[in-house]
Design a protein around this ligand. Structure first.
Ligand code: HEM
Length: 406
């Protein structure tokens, strides 16, 4: 498949169209295989469920931001200059090990409570209804533009109090940063603009706290310990990116696969109680975070049948693990009634997705309301649809459908 450097597979064009068969090939071979990432960095890709799950919970696989650039540099075997990100954006808890991670997670969890998430339900329904009203009037829409993208983005921007007219800029910056395949200058510039904007937002919230989630974050207090302005900027960045780049793909990937499988769709329409299970199965089947799970080894680590040397870059493929037949029988079949629990779409271990309850709620409301109100059909051939480029995220660039009120 595709291009090779030093005899290793490079993740390129054909990978974006179909990562699953690539993962399957690697999975047959070994628990983890060496590949070359698009920017020319050598990395180990973990594609089996058991090993993926154990790597995610193993402290010998570090995520700490401080050493990351050095380890990446050591493993570079080609490509252009590596971009340097604004430090204030990388120092968030997803890029930290304990004890720093433990401290930040504890503070953020105080603001991100189950109650606060549940309180968002009526607002999420309201936003969904409005978007569906508008989409229904048009009839033919790109469902990514009409629903999957604006819903989670509106929710996270409201949580962080980002004004409506500034959201478009965020979309651009966030896309550039997450796609990660732009020119280094472009990435650096987007990072600097994002950091500058967030610094102002944090300053404003500290001076004018309200009743919103971001204010709760600013005020979160653990026996006198608080998030300082730098930590708040990084946290806001993490939440905005998570809010922009993930749930959109849960919704669009879910609708797409249900439309491609009329039998599963009919089952779901006939029994609404299957909705939560269907969302879990979609998360397993087409995981929105394909493999944005970088780590590096701080010692030699035996993983299944391989030994990964110290200072290696390790990427745990969540979609690889989720399509492992040893854990999920007949893994390439969408089955909304299967036991998909235990899938790795939200990660595992100390970095398990903090936003999982919110993402599930958004996914259920969006997909549930859409199916309740409309009959819908794909208006493009599946082969014509383009998937986003970039290895981290798995999602459709657009999803053209026609909607007919039921
Ligand atoms: C972490 C997936 C939505 C906030 C993660 C991780 C995954 C993930 C896989 C762990 C990555 C790793 O271990 O390297 C997803 C998916 C989503 C989603 C598939 C949607 C379907 C959200 C939302 C938010 C959010 C909506 C918040 C608004 C976070 C945060 C972390 C995280 C803060 C870091 C947790 C930590 O380091 O302790 N997410 N996420 N996520 N996610 Fe999500």
């Amino acid at each position: 498949m595709g291009e090779k450097i030093a005899g290793l597979d490079v993740l390129g064009e054909d990978y974006f169209a179909d990562p699953h068969s690539f993962h399957a090939r690697l999975r047959e071979r070994a628990a983890a295989s060496e590949i070359v990432l698009p920017r020319g960095t050598r990395a180990w890709l973990v594609t089996r469920y058991e090993e993926a799950r154990s790597a995610l919970a193993d402290p010998r696989f570090s995520k700490h931001w401080e050493r990351f650039p050095e380890v990446m540099e050591r493993n570079r075997i080609g490509g252009g200059d590596a971009p340097k990100f604004d430090e204030s954006l990388v120092q968030h808890m997803l890029n930290m090990d304990p004890p720093h991670h433990t401290r930040l997670r504890k503070l953020v969890t105080k603001a991100f409570t189950a109650r606060r998430v549940e309180q968002l339900r009526p607002r999420i329904q309201e936003i969904t209804d409005r978007l569906l009203d508008e989409a229904g009037e048009k009839g033919d829409v790109d469902l990514v533009d009409a629903l999957a993208f604006p819903l989670p983005i509106t929710v996270i921007c409201e949580m962080l109090d980002v004004p409506m007219d500034e959201r478009d800029e965020f979309r651009v910056w966030s896309n550039v940063l997450v796609a990660g395949n732009g020119e280094p200058e472009q990435l650096q510039q987007a990072g600097a603009q994002m950091a500058g904007y967030l610094a102002k937002l944090v300053e404003h919230k500290r001076a004018n706290p309200g009743d919103d989630f971001f204010s709760a974050l600013v005020q979160a207090d653990d026996e006198g310990d608080r998030l300082d302005p730098m930590e708040l900027i990084a946290m806001a960045f993490l939440l905005l990116v998570a809010g922009h780049e993930t749930t959109v793909n849960l919704i669009a990937n879910g609708v797409y696969h249900l439309l491609r499988d009329p039998e599963q769709l009919a089952k779901l329409r006939a029994d609404r109680s299957l909705l939560p299970g269907a969302v879990e199965e979609v998360l397993r089947f087409e995981s929105p975070v394909n493999q944005a799970t970088f780590r590096y080894t701080n010692e030699d680590v035996e993983l299944g049948d391989v030994v990964i040397p110290k200072d290696s870059v390790v990427v745990v493929s969540l979609s690889g693990g989720n399509r492992d037949g040893a854990r999920f029988p007949d893994p390439d079949r969408l089955d909304i009634t299967r036991q998909a629990a235990g899938h790795l779409a939200f990660g595992h271990g100390i970095h398990y997705c903090l936003g999982a309850p919110l993402a599930r709620m958004e996914g259920e409301i969006a997909i549930g309301s859409l199916l309740e109100r409309f009959d819908l059909a794909l208006t493009a051939e599946p082969e014509e649809l383009r998937w986003r480029e970039g290895t981290l995220i798995r999602g459709l660039q657009s999803l053209p459908v026609s909607l007919t009120p039921r």
